[in-house]
Design a binder for this molecule. Structure first.
Ligand code: PGA
Length: 263
């Protein structure tokens, strides 16, 4: 059953990949987002945000890959949420494991998410377990702790997305099974009740990331409690990304046929 407000969202994280090659892909990606009527977000490196805004012809939403938790000041190398808004970004990825690996704590991710929301951005808060944590059978508690500590209590469901990205699945070609993803997403939803309360926890979107491709997009999107996907390498070319957008379009069309359209 589709849940009101939880339409599938597809987010492409371009990380620090070469710029000129990426921009050439935008037209076909934007056309697919429009054709399939799928909420699609591209997260380019900071300097490309205005270029993407210029070239995407309003068919895509734009996200950044990080921001500072303060409004302004002497913070060399940092970018504030308000600056991202001014450039045309609507979303920001926070607490990606590649940034947590540089020392970002849950508390910092939480402060950044609160600042992003205050500035009018949608915060995409990433959580995920390592291969060792999975092997030790502590995935559920690791994820619940990350959610409780990284999600700002002030956020409303339309200001926040949670991205479940197992570290061992990122860039590896491996994914959890559908049952494992469904279990973790339901654990995340339960953990969200802490910071957000039950009503907001029920309607906050939880997306999956880690080795998403056109080949696995259909079953991932059909997995219970998966409200979209965060895509890394397969978002870098239209040839790889468009099939994922098309899969989200197909999923929405199938819901509509069954009279279950998410509002
Ligand atoms: P991947 O990356 O799709 O290349 O596995 C996902 C991510 O890091 O967000």
């Amino acid at each position: 059953m589709a849940i009101k407000g939880r339409n599938k969202i597809i987010i492409g994280n371009w990380k620090m990949c070469r710029s000129a090659d990426r921009l050439a892909e935008l037209n076909a990606i934007g056309a697919a987002a429009q054709e399939y009527a799928v909420e699609t977000v591209i997260c380019p490196p900071f300097p490309l945000i205005p270029m993407v805004r210029l070239l995407d012809r309003q068919r895509l939403e734009i996200g950044a890959q990080d921001c500072h938790h303060l409004v302004e000041g002497a913070h060399t190398g940092s970018v504030s949420p308000a600056m991202l808004r001014e450039l045309g970004a609507s979303h920001v990825i926070l607490g990606h494991s590649e940034r947590r690996a540089c020392g970002e704590t849950d508390a910092l991710v939480c402060a950044k998410a609160a600042a992003a929301v205050r500035a009018g951005l949608i915060a995409i808060v990433c959580v995920g377990e390592t291969a060792d944590e999975r092997a030790a059978g502590v995935t559920a508690s690791v994820i619940a702790d990350q959610v409780e500590r990284s999600v700002p209590a002030s956020a409303r469901p339309d200001e926040l997305l949670i991205a479940y990205e197992p570290l061992w699945a990122i860039g590896s070609g491996a994914t959890p099974t559908a049952a494992e993803i469904a279990d973790i997403h339901s654990e995340i939803r339960a953990a969200l009740r802490g910071p957000l309360g039950s009503r907001h926890a029920a309607t906050t979107r939880i997306i999956y990331g880690g080795s998403v491709t056109g080949a696995n997009a259909d079953w991932l999107l059909a997995t219970p409690d998966v409200d979209g996907m965060l895509v890394g390498s397969a978002s870098l070319t239209a040839a790889a990304f468009v099939p994922i957008i098309a899969a989200a379009g197909r999923f929405a069309a199938s819901l509509e046929m069954n009279g279950q359209r998410a509002a």
